[in-house]
Design a protein around this ligand. Sequence first.
Ligand code: URA
Length: 232
Amino acid sequence: MRLDKYLVHTNTCTRSEARNLIRSGRLLVNGAPPKAPDLKINEGLDLVTLDGREIKYEEYSYYMLNKPAGIVSACEDKREGTVMDFFKNEPCKGLFPVGRLDKDTVGLLLITNDGDLAHRMLAPNKHVWKTYYTELESPLSDGDLEKLKNGVDIGDETPTLPSRPEFAGESRDKVFLSIHEGRFHQVKRMFEAVNNKVVYLKRVTFGPLKLDETLKEGSFRKLTEEELETLK
Ligand code: URA
């Protein structure tokens, strides 16, 4: 890979800044100042440093974010900030959120630059399970629980596929709902279909990933090797 591309991929600088940075003398490749932006770097072997600090290369990066409420989960938004603002200084370009959570939804969001993995996690025919913790306006009856289990009419062409609702404790207005589709506002609309209303929504699992409850809302961390193994 060319040195300038390496610098862009690792979010060290933009492509137009690369030439000046390479000339500046602050950047060394295997201890020597590089002569030109098209110098070939072997990502596994060559040591690239900026001001003495290694610039590590990873082809793909994977993060778990505990999304806070009030933030849009998109790469860009015309009017406001997005979840990607948390990742501005990460040493990796091209990150994006895998799927979306509503602005007022909190919890587990996978952030990566691995398009193939994102596709596998989101493709409708892969049926990846997602679990949401919900707090409801009214207690849920056994009848409504049964309806949600079998699938409900949320106004789309077809009813939702069978889901797995489960009370989160003693109280009937706190429910875990697991689904393996990804329709627009699906969880909220499923509870509306049984004349209820979601007042708090938090995603706690996404496929094999479980939300790390030690992550405060608005914090993120890299996936562990084990988590990555289960994803792949
Ligand atoms: N279902 C919803 O209604 N909202 C979300 O953010 C995710 C699932």
